[in-house]
Design a protein around this ligand. Structure first.
Ligand code: MN
Length: 231
């Protein structure tokens, strides 16, 4: 068998961990839509009407925290979405919620950057979300902390600020579907594998980041996920 090297072999996408010089390979990025009731309401939906749904981003969208980036093309309404991210360590399909947390390697902070104007057009025209969610550099991640270090973050707060002004603030327990349920439900749709990362949805308060601004996502016990845009 011959494999044509259409990309250089050194292009594996990795995420930093809290251990110096230690990285984890990224396999896929899944994202949960509307997993906090107040955010579902602010986007014009009834949080009790339907279970959460999933979309994905290409792993090439991943950027480590404390990046300074050019402002994304093709949007004039870039939104932040502060999210808890879950990194899977073992494969599974139809995972029982009671066993789901055994599949978790660790957690990180994340920012599910969104071209809200492009997404609004997609919703209106009933088109896919890919170009509003999966564009270049659309996912900022803090270092991944193993469960052995941080546990499962019970009671932790999640916050987001833009240039130091708080925009989002919630408790992880405000999630409609907790992490175990998200893993169980997603694993009925796809077989999960090591290196899969799940962005678990964002609380209320999503809003714009403008050129020259810095956006910081914080979760108690984890390293921040920060991004600064060029003027
Ligand atoms: Mn999101």
């Amino acid at each position: 068998m011959a494999i044509l090297a259409l990309r250089p072999p050194s292009t594996e996408i990795t995420l930093a961990t809290t251990s110096p010089d230690t990285f984890v390979g990224l396999h896929r990025i899944f994202c949960v839509g509307r997993n906090y009731a107040e955010h579902a309401r602010e986007m014009g939906h009834d949080p009790n009407a339907e279970p959460p749904f999933f979309f994905s981003k290409p792993i090439t969208a991943a950027v480590p925290s404390v990046a300074t980036l050019p402002f994304p093309v093709a949007t004039e309404n870039l939104h932040h979405e502060a999210e808890l991210c879950v990194l899977i360590k073992t494969s599974g399909a139809n995972i029982d919620a009671a066993d789901a947390l055994d599949h978790v390697w660790g957690y990180s902070t994340g920012n599910d950057l969104t071209r809200r104007d492009v997404q609004a057009q997609a919703k209106k025209k009933r088109r896919p979300w890919d170009m509003s969610k999966g564009f270049d550099q659309s996912a900022i991640f803090g270092a991944v902390a193993p469960v052995s270090e941080v546990g499962h973050l019970e009671g932790a707060r999640i916050r987001c600020d833009v240039d130091g002004v708080t925009t989002q603030s919630a408790d992880l327990s405000d999630m409609i579907w907790p992490v175990a349920d998200v893993i169980a439900f997603l694993s009925t749709l796809v077989t999960l594998h090591p290196g899969d990362l799940i962005m678990t949805g964002t609380p209320a308060g999503v809003g714009p980041i403008k050129r020259g601004q810095t956006c910081r996502v914080q979760i108690d016990g984890l390293e921040d996920a920060a991004v600064t845009y060029a003027p």
